[in-house]
Design a protein around this ligand. Sequence first.
Ligand SMILES: NC(=O)c1ccc[n+]([C@@H]2O[C@H](COP(=O)([O-])OP(=O)(O)OC[C@H]3O[C@@H](n4cnc5c(N)ncnc54)[C@H](OP(=O)(O)O)[C@@H]3O)[C@@H](O)[C@H]2O)c1
Length: 293
Amino acid sequence: MKILITGSLGLLGQEVVEVCRNRGDEVLATDIASPATPLDVRIPATLRGFLAANRPDWVVNCAAFTDVDGCEEKEDLAFELNARAPGHLARACEEYGAKLLHISTDYVFDGEKLGPYEEDDAPNPLSVYGKSKRAGEISIQEGIEHYLIVRPQWLFGPHGRNFVSTILGLAQERDILSVVNDQWGSPTYSKDLARALRVLIDCDARGVFHVRNRGKATWFDLAKRAIDLLGLPTRVVPVDTSAFPRPARRPMNGILSTRRFTRTTGKVMPSWQISLKSYIKEYLREQRRESRD
Ligand SMILES: NC(=O)c1ccc[n+]([C@@H]2O[C@H](COP(=O)([O-])OP(=O)(O)OC[C@H]3O[C@@H](n4cnc5c(N)ncnc54)[C@H](OP(=O)(O)O)[C@@H]3O)[C@@H](O)[C@H]2O)c1
């Protein structure tokens, strides 16, 4: 299969490239900062030219403005990249016969629901990031018939900064860390997510899907488990969201139901605790490599 990946230098994009290459796909790995294949998803003419020249079967859009607090300040950029660019991509894919897999987020929900969010629950984003991502979903749905929108959450993984790598960096410098213990979600390993995306492509799935690792946690649970796995003595102190005022509001309950994913693919995602162990092993290998160089 010929697969075009946008935002391929990001946390998720790099894993999608690897999973697809390992599956034997012909991969066109693009990113705004890619030296070999630069592609800015905000420019419709460039997108159309790229699709016309390369004719991929699928486009996987991992490009986004993902700095949740930064989006509050840079609202124009948030909407340009997270809302309008997916629309340009959708229309270009429709024109050149490619199917489109777009990545959205649990932050399209307000977190007020008591149980897990189903795909058809009404979105009500609290932040500029969430609003721009929700607008991106709508642009996709209006722009192309064969779309696949996947909403993951709380990503961690080896390529790029994320909550776990930030916490591990801080824990190596500090004796005590305070971490929020009243927001709930499911930490999700970028490698597991990338594999799940490729499975959905194999199933020729359409529509909206929630994908995340199994189990739930607070940011405190995730930080504590990661620090324990690394064997650091840092004390982790649970605090409420109110102790850490941030520019963007986050949902208190972001747990997503993955029943549709399992029903469609027959697959069950690994638990976040098992996947965190794999990531920490990789993190340690990387640290050893860096200290040798
Ligand atoms: N990370 C999470 O916890 C999380 C949770 C839920 C959903 N998601 C969603 O998952 C997707 C992937 O997230 P991620 O964490 O992998 O993001 P990321 O690491 O920030 O990767 C995004 C990539 O897109 C590139 N990019 C920026 N502007 C571009 C443009 N105009 N054209 C082409 N590429 C551009 C970025 O380059 P620069 O770095 O040079 O800007 C970066 O390489 C996003 O849709 C995000 O909303 C993420």
